[in-house]
Write a protein that binds this ligand. Sequence first.
Ligand SMILES: Nc1ncnc2c1ncn2[C@@H]1O[C@H](COP(=O)(O)OP(=O)(O)OP(=O)(O)O)[C@@H](O)[C@H]1O
Length: 310
Amino acid sequence: MVANAVEAKQLQKYYGSLRAVDNIDFVISQGEYFGILGPNGAGKTTTVAMIYCFLPVDGGSLHVLNHNVEVDAREIKGKLGVVPQENNLDLELSVLENLIVYASYFGISRDKALPTALEQLKFFGLLAKKDVDVESLSGGMKRRLTIARAMMNKPEILILDEPTTGLDPEARHHIWQHLKSLKKNGLTLILTTHYLEEASQLCDRLIVMDGGKILEEGIPAELVNKHIGEQVIEAGLSPGLHTKLLALADEQIRGFMSIGETLYLHPKAEPETLLEVIKEFPAVETLVQRPANLEDVFLKLTGRRFGGGE
Ligand SMILES: Nc1ncnc2c1ncn2[C@@H]1O[C@H](COP(=O)(O)OP(=O)(O)OP(=O)(O)O)[C@@H](O)[C@H]1O
């Protein structure tokens, strides 16, 4: 049986009276790519900061690689790679020196660090930049360097807090490719994100957080299927006519539900029939049919739009 990388039981963190992490339970298996998805303020950063032993736990228990974070923080930190939300690279050092100096914090000598650093720079497509100042790198390169740096101590778990926030789509895809390739080595990856596509692309399993609580947990595609189905019809409605449409639709159509202005098809409903009925109703100004995604799941769970995404 594969041991667990992380086990959180009734985990809590408060800032004054604010319950930033409110009694949550989750387990992350070794080798799993695990996502913590949620809008701003959901409690994602606070949760991972407890995992990497930066913030103390206020209640419940948290084990990382079978060690209690409250007892064995030092031991745990040696086995983790952490990519924080803000790039905290040393701007005065070259790309290569950033890696060598970082390795020294883990007691890795320069001689030992050098081949690892070159290997990481090659993997992350930064070898040609090894002697330049960090300042001259693009945003995407800085992010890749921060991930390369987190790999210097050959971690068992790599934790990334919103790794692609602020990057353009091309740089974001580039990072996803690199993170996907790291999976071959059996690495466990924990990622916080508010990009729904990022969660779908990278995560084997995820929790959806909001207001410090876990709303749902599962495999991204299965969550979409469970809550929504395969297809969604978005209907743009004339103001004020939404309720009337719903009354009519309820009479005429089985197998769909509506939240706000979005109509969701039940997986077993026949899209063509539904579209024909809806089209005849004058309140509908536009109709778009598209595959369902995690945003629809979040909307169904909370009644709010996610606010992340592109
Ligand atoms: N040091 C702090 N002191 C007081 N409140 C805090 C502190 N850090 C976070 N919070 C609050 O705790 C809640 C959870 O914050 P957290 O940063 O964990 O959320 P998040 O999901 O990571 O959001 P973001 O994407 O904005 O980083 C928020 O309401 C935030 O304002």
